[in-house]
Design a protein around this ligand. Sequence first.
Ligand code: C2E
Ligand code: MG
Ligand code: MG
Length: 693
Amino acid sequence: MPETINAASTAEQGRSSDLLLRLIADSVPALMAYFDLPGLRCLFANQGYAAYNGHSTESILGLTVQEAIGDKAWQAIQPHVERSSRGEHVKYAREQTLPNGESRMIEVNLIPHFEDAQKLRQVGSFVLITDITERWRAERSVRESEERMRKFTEATDEAIVFHRDGLISDGNEALYRLTGYALHEVVGLSIFNFISPEWRAVALDYTRSGREDPYEVTIRHKDGHAIPVEVVGKTMPFHHADYRIVVVRDITARKQAQEREAFNALHDSLTQLPNRRHLMDRLSQALARRQGRLAVLFVNLDHFKTVNDSLGHHAGDQLLREVADRLRHCVGEADMVARLGSDEFVLVLTGIHAPDDAAQVADAVLQAMRTVFTVGHLPLTMSPSIGISLFPDDGASGDALLRCADAAMQQAKDSGRGNRQFYQPGMDLRAMEVLQQERLLREAIADNAFVLHYQPQICLKDGALRGFEALVRWRHPVRGLVGPSDFITFAESRGLITPIGRWVLHEACRQLKAWQDEGLALVPVAVNLSALEFRQRDVAGEIAAALEATGLAPQYLEIELTESVLMHQTGQVLGTLQALKDLGVGISIDDFGTGYSSLAYLKRYPIDKLKIDRSFVMDTPDSADDVAIVTAIVQMGRSLQLQTVAEGVETTEQMALLRSLDCDLAQGHLISVPMDAPAIRQWLLAHSTRTAA
Ligand code: C2E
Ligand code: MG
Ligand code: MG
C-alpha cells in the first residue's frame, strides 16, 4: 500500500511540477520552445511560442521547426538553427512586423542542450525569444543623440575638450583647427601644457574652483604662436568621476578689433602719431616718475594754411604725414612725438640735462623741415615756429608745460617765424590775453559794439569840405574806445574782419544818407577796406547791396585801399576795381608811398585819388627830403590825372606848403580830429553857416 501510495504520490508530484513549469513558462513575457536533435522536433513550447506560430501548445508538439514556423520564417533562420545544432549558442536580434503592422525588435537565443556535463553529446536546442523593442528604442535614441552630439561638436567652430583633473580625455575636430594638434597627440596630456605660462594660474584657479563663467587666456599653437581665447568650463559627473567640458573660442579677431579701437582712441588717424589725450597721459606719467629734466617742444608749421588753401587738403595731408616722419627722426627712442591737430605737433624729450639739449633738438627740427618736401610733384619748403618749455623750470604739470611751450611758440611766430624760443615768464599771459581779446571781439561783433568817427577832408584852394573818412572804433568794455590799429590786424588774423567791414560799410552809407536827408553834407564818405577783405569778399556785390539798402547814391562813396591790394596783379583785382568804377564808386590809394611802389599799377587800374601818407607830411616843411617826396607825389598825381590828398596835416606851415605845391585836398588834426557822428553834425551845422555867411 505504502508503495502504491508512494508511487501514486510521486506521479502526482511529477504532474504538479509539470503543471507548475507550464504555468511559469506560460506567464513569462518570452517565447520558449525546445527542439530535439537530430530531428528538430518540438518537445515543448509555451503558450506564447505556440500561439505566435499559429498553434496550440498541444498541436505544436512533434512538429519540426520548419513545420512549426512555416517555410518563409525557416528560410530566414535556417543558418542560425544549423549553427545552434552544431553546439553554438546563437544570439541575434531582428525586426519583426506584427500582423497589425507594428514593428517590434526581438532577440532570439538558440541555446544548445547537452546530455552530459562535458558538453560532448548535444540532444536538443532551447529557443528563447524576448521582445527587446523598448530597450532597443532607448538604445537607439541614445546612439542617435550621441551621433548628433558628435556631429555638433565637429561642426562647431569652438574647440571642445574633456578633461579630468586637467588630463585631456577627448576633444573635437575644432581643437585641431585651433591648436594644430590632432586629438591623439593630446589625449592624456595636461591642458595646462597648452596655456601660456603667464596664464596658467588663472586657468588652474578656474578649473579647481569649478567656476563656470567665461575667462580669457592665451594658448600656444603647435607652431608656437600665441592665440587669445575665451574659455568656458563646466564640471559634470560621468562614470563616478568629475569631468570638465571646456569650450575654447578663438578671440583673435575680437582682440585685434579692441586693440585697433584702443589705438585709434589714442592716435591721430592721419599721421598715426599719439594724439593730445595720449600725449597728456604719457606726459603726466613721465612727470610722475620725475626722472630729471624734461622738455616740451611745441611745433607749429608756418603758413600751413596757404598750402592747404592753394594745393588742396590732399596735398596738405601728404605734407603733414611727411612732417610727422621727419619729426620722428629728430627724437630719441624714449621721446615722444604727438600731433595735437591741424599743423600743431608736440615733442616730449626725456633725459634732458641742460636747456641746450632741447635747443639742439629744436635746431634739428628746423633743419629737417628746411629740406624740400615733394607734395604732388611740387617742391615745397616749410618752416616751423618752435616754443620750448622745460620741466621743472617752467611748470610741474603737463598742462602748464604745454601752455608755456605754446606761448613760446607764439613768441617764435611774432619774432618772424621759422625760429625757436624758450619760454619766458609772462609769455603765457600774452597768450591768454590773445584768447581773451578774441572772445571779446567776437562778442563785440555780435553786439555791434563799434562806432564810426569821421574826419573831414577839405579843399586846399578854398577850404571847402570835400569829404569824410570813416574810421572805426571799438567800444571796449574795459579799455573804452579802442582805435583800429589795435584790433584790425588782429581781427584779420582771427578771420573776424569780414563782419566788421560789413558793419562799417553799412553804417557809413547810412550815416551819410541821413546827413544828406537833413541837407547837411553833400560830399562823399570814404571807407577803408583791408587787403584781406578785398581779396576774400565779393566786395563789389556787397557795396552795391549796401548802397541799395541805404539809398546812398554811388558817387557819395569812396573806397580806400592800400598799395598791397594792387601788388597782386591779378585779373580778379582789376575786375573788382572795374566793377566798383562801373558802379560809380570812387577809389583812393591809402598811405601812398609806404608800400611797394610799382608805379605801373597807377596807370593800369581805375584809381581816382592818392592819399599821401602822414609819415611824409609829418616832417615838412623842415625835412627837405620829405618836401621832395611830397612834391614828387603831387606832380605825379597831376600828370596821371589823380587827385592828391595829404594825410595828417597838423600845422599851418604844412598846410601852406601843400597849398603852394598844388596838392588838392588835406585831412588832419589842423582841420579836425576824427569825431563821432553827433560832433560832426554840429561841425557841419557850424561849417554850413560859416560858408553860408
Ligand atoms: P588811415 O586810413 O590812414 O587813417 C588815417 C589815420 O590817421 C586815422 O587813424 C586818423 O585818426 C589818423 N590821423 C588823421 N589825421 C591825423 C593827424 O593830423 N595826426 C595824426 N597823428 N593822426 C592823424 P586811426 O583812426 O587810428 O586809423 C588807423 C588806421 O586804421 C587807418 O589808417 C586805416 O588804415 C585803419 N582803419 C580805420 N578804420 C578802418 C575800417 O573801418 N576798416 C579797415 N579795414 N581799416 C580801418
Ligand atoms: Mg584811410
Ligand atoms: Mg592813411
